[in-house]
Design a protein around this ligand. Structure first.
Ligand code: ADP
Length: 418
């Protein structure tokens, strides 16, 4: 293992893993704090759920992941967070980063959530989402991590007792050596927010970070790391890094997301006159066993691909939530889709596309999948993955990801030639 990544949520882990695979590193994603031996891969990504967890828990889980990655031989550690720097004054980016730095005896690290290809850029320490400052974007009113200040030096300084500095775009423009010289001149500055407005800047930043025990960043910086490792002789880049098995079995799409993009994807599938079966949360509530059996009988009659969905328009969801409570309704649907995933696999389905972040978590848990090898991307941030221990492939999509024909593309597009 060359790179060990600790990601603060599941889809963020998949995002960084797909960046690494794209740049030629074989990558395995592990779900939750792992035990046992580390898998064989150039990079291993541990997917935690620590973004909005209580601070001490986030720190503890991250440190346990760190120990496991170091035992597995990781030469460099990467703490991956969201490209919108999702956090509060309490953390968890600062406290987790501080704890990782202390455990690694690291004196300096970077903070760089930039992902220019998704419109996340940093200029003079300020994070932009598209053309808007972070604080003017929809992140301003995020229910858990409202981002009301776009100045990342301020945001991070509120989360750490260590000094936070800025490596501005003009220093980045001078190259990796200039960046390192700035850091060396200020040994008391432990955190450096680094400007990045394009992928060229990210490549320079990755070079500058070559000797840091710890990098903290969004997924963007990861794109430049494989080249650095190759130059060092650590990595032979592998054109087959994204290669998964070719599975011929039946395929299933399970959709529990009610985001507008997923609703459009469900509509497009139906428009294509492909088999689709709708679950009604009220019927699940009334008789879960009968609902399950009916869906299963329907599924066994579908020879190739099928969609089972609970996704519904906002008014319908609200009506259901009013009757059952939002949490209970969500749990009923998640549990049903997860049960159906398990039963489908028992029927011979070996490729499953899941729409919805929480829904994906429930399905992965029900299938008892702990390690996923990362394959080629179907859409940005959504790769096919394969369970390390069996011929089962999963594509896990958070609500708003993917184009309108995502489900069909996922099941019918061949992996790009490598
Ligand atoms: P997203 O990634 O779009 O946020 P999630 O799976 O994370 O999707 O969240 C969607 C939630 O909505 C899940 O808890 C799911 O069980 C719930 N849900 C899905 N369909 C319905 C429905 N028809 N009525 C009420 N809740 C639903």
């Amino acid at each position: 293992m060359i790179l060990g990544v600790i990601a603060d949520d599941f889809t963020g882990a998949t995002d960084v893993a797909s960046m690494l695979v794209r740049a030629g590193m074989s990558t395995v994603q592990v779900i939750g704090v792992p035990v046992g031996d580390a898998p064989t891969a150039d990079a291993v990504v541990v997917a935690l759920k620590s973004r909005t967890a209580p601070r001490d828990q986030a720190v503890d889980e991250s440190l346990r992941a760190l120990r496991w990655l170091k035992q597995g031989g990781a030469r460099q550690i990467y703490f991956k967070y969201c490209s919108t720097f999702d956090s509060t004054d309490e953390g968890n980016i600062g406290p987790v980063g501080d704890a990782l730095m202390a455990a690694l005896d690291a004196t300096q690290t970077i903070a760089c959530p930039a992902l220019p290809e998704n419109g996340r850029t940093i200029f003079k320490g300020h994070l932009f989402v598209g053309d808007a400052l972070l604080s003017d974007s929809s992140m301003r009113d995020h229910p858990l991590t409202p981002m009301r200040d776009a100045n990342l030096v301020h945001v991070l300084q509120a989360q750490t007792p260590r000094t936070v500095g800025l490596t501005a775009y003009n220093t980045v423009g001078l190259g990796a050596k200039a960046i390192q010289a700035q850091w060396a001149q200020h040994p008391q500055t432990h955190w450096w927010v680094v400007d990045a407005i394009d992928n060229a800047a990210l490549a320079t930043i990755a070079q500058a970070c070559a000797d840091l025990p710890l990098i903290t960043a969004g997924s963007g910086v990861a794109l430049g790391l494989p080249k650095v490792y190759e130059q060092r002789g650590w990595l032979t880049r592998n054109a087959q890094a994204a290669q998964l098995d070719t599975l011929q079995g039946r395929a299933l799409v399970l959709s529990g997301s009610c985001s507008s993009q997923t609703l459009a994807q469900v509509a497009q599938w139906i428009e294509r006159q492909l088999p689709a079966y709708q679950l009604d949360p009220l019927l699940i509530h009334a008789d879960p066993e009968q609902t399950f059996q009916q869906a299963l009988v329907w599924l066994s009659g579908q020879p190739e691909t099928a969609l089972i969905y609970a996704s519904a328009q906002q008014e319908t969801v609200q009506r259901v939530q009013k009757k059952l409570g939002a949490t209970h309704a969500g749990e009923l649907v998640e549990t049903m889709l997860a049960r159906l995933a398990k039963a489908a696999v028992a029927q011979g389905v070996n490729r499953i596309v899941v729409a919805g972040g929480e829904t994906s978590g429930a399905v992965v848990q029900a299938l008892n999948v702990q390690q996923l090898r990362i394959g080629h991307s179907i859409a940005p941030g959504v790769p096919w993955t394969q369970a390390v221990d069996r011929p089962l492939q999963l594509a896990l999509k958070s609500g708003n990801f993917g184009g309108v024909d995502f489900f069909f593309e996922a099941l019918h597009t061949k992996a790009p030639a490598t």
